[in-house]
Write a protein that binds this ligand. Structure first.
Ligand code: NAD
Ligand code: G6P
Ligand code: MN
Length: 431
């Protein structure tokens, strides 16, 4: 029997996760799910607990649902620990999005200085969670969803003994959107994914043995739907896509179309509010629905959030590990030479064979110069951010921002860093 511990159980995404478990009961003998949150999340946690119980009851599953603020009890003897928490809540996210905008820099929760600030808040907490796992469930797998997922996973792999894999819904979503474009089943597609979290390319796309990369790029250039609900769908330049020769992810727009994305962000920030401010409203709506004692499934309104297919990504991974499936999943893991020119201990996001031993990435070798520069620069930023976050090192933090391609000037980097440290003071014990 399996025990799952969910850190950040009060998340509005949790019903999606519960649904993912209930869909797979024949393959996954889950007997206990323990949701953990903090005091500030108690109200949301209570609502989620009651909804999860109704969902379990509806299908007649034999699963004990627990919800508490007792992280150690949740982690003890867990087989899988899933992390989906947000230190500082959506308020902190809103400031991550607004601070860079003041300086004419992209304000996004995972990319650029916003992701940097989120990493500084998150890494001390996750290292603490890992101490509990090392002590109370040393054989558990930690599946990390907490953003910036690649960077946070890198900190865990460098500084703890916990077996961990980072996850994102972007690769699954890209697969679904490409299947839609090609009018085929997602299962018939093979996509060669490699890059970093939120900076991943599908380098080759195959459909029944045929290389369809150029065809997909043409459709994307023609305006086929190819974004997540949280990212503005700025049209791609067809000539650029053809020249790039690899399928970019929706987040690449921040790097390749910075001017347009920045202009759009500034406009929405003035109008309906930044993404965090919009999500606050969606969240309220969702929890109103979750409270309804007649609701016993995941409501459709959850699709307004950017995390679609997130439960499939995580529970397919649990399935692959628990049942030793040796399937190909897209994961965040230690590079170990997969992308030849990146450090071995860098975390990359790529296609990997997953079985009971964990994830073995499929070798990529050399990347073409068309993508090599960007990935190296962003990885340097990520390495420096991990060091800044773990040691509370101001100079490393400054060099992290200076190396981020979205931050063009040291004067602005310093101003942004100082703002971030000041506004987040309560969440940065390491500084
Ligand atoms: P949220 O604001 O609802 O936060 C989830 C819960 O975390 C809240 O109930 C909050 O009280 C709790 N929390 C805060 N600090 C905590 C702590 N120290 N310990 C335990 N719980 C704590 O956030 P959300 O929008 O549901 O997103 C949750 C996380 O998942 C975020 O980090 C987000 O970036 C990430 N996410 C990642 C992906 C992905 O593709 N990797 C997809 C969706 C969401
Ligand atoms: C995408 C990303 C996630 C991110 C989410 C934001 O799905 O992969 O990493 O957390 O979008 O969605 P939101 O609804 O919170 O803006
Ligand atoms: Mn993601």
């Amino acid at each position: 029997p399996l025990k799952l511990a969910i850190i950040g159980g009060g998340s509005s995404y949790t019903p999606e996760l519960v649904e993912g478990v209930l869909k797979r009961l024949e393959r996954l003998p889950v007997k206990e799910i323990h949701f953990v949150d903090i005091e500030a999340g108690q109200e949301k946690l209570d609502i989620i607990e009651a909804l999860a119980r109704r969902m379990v009851k509806k299908v007649g599953a034999d699963i004990t649902i627990k919800a508490s603020l007792d992280r150690r009890a949740a982690i003890k003897d867990a087989d899988f620990v899933m992390t989906q928490f947000r230190v500082g809540g959506l308020q902190a996210r809103a400031s991550d999005e607004r601070i860079p905008l003041k300086y004419n820099v992209i304000g996004q929760e995972t990319t650029g200085p916003g992701g940097f600030a989120k990493a500084l808040r998150t890494i001390p907490v996750i290292l603490d969670i890992c101490k509990d796992i090392e002590e109370l469930a040393p054989n558990a797998w930690m599946l990390n969803f907490t953003n910036p997922a690649g960077l946070v996973t890198e900190a865990v792999l460098k500084y703890t003994k916990v077996k961990t894999i980072g996850l994102c819904n972007v690769p699954v979503s890209m697969k679904m959107m490409i299947a839609e474009m090609m009018d085929c089943s997602p299962n018939d597609l093979s996509l060669e994914f490699a890059g970093l979290n939120h900076l991943i390319w599908a380098h080759r796309a195959w459909l029944e043995g045929k290389d369809i990369t150029a065809e997909v790029l043409e459709k994307v250039g023609d305006g086929a739907n190819f974004s997540m609900t949280n990212i503005f769908e700025e049209p791609w330049d067809p000539t650029f896509l053809e020249a790039l020769g690899a399928i970019p992810c929706p987040y690449h727009r921040y790097f390749y179309q910075t001017d347009a994305m920045l202009a759009e962000e500034k406009e929405t920030a003035l109008g309906g509010g930044t993404r965090a401010e919009q999500v606050m409203e969606t969240e309220q709506e969702l929890f109103m629905l979750y409270k309804d004692v007649n609701l016993d499934r995941k409501p459709e309104q959850l699709e307004k959030r950017g995390g679609a297919y997130y439960s499939d990504a995580s529970l397919d991974l649990v399935d692959a590990i628990y049942n030793d499936l040796k399937t190909i999943n897209v994961v965040n893991v230690r590079n170990n030479g997969t992308i030849a020119t990146l450090p071995d201990d860098a975390v990359i996001e790529c296609s990997a064979v997953v079985g009971s031993w964990g994830a073995r990435p499929l070798s990529v070798g050399q990347l073409s110069p068309a993508v090599r520069g960007l990935i190296h620069q962003v990885k340097a930023y990520e390495q420096l951010t991990v060091e800044a976050a773990v040691h509370g090192d101001y100079e490393k933090g400054l060099m992290a921002l200076v190396n981020n391609p979205l931050v063009p000037d040291i004067k602005r980097a310093k101003a942004i860093l100082d703002d971030i440290l000041r506004v987040n003071l309560d969440y940065l014990p390491q500084f």
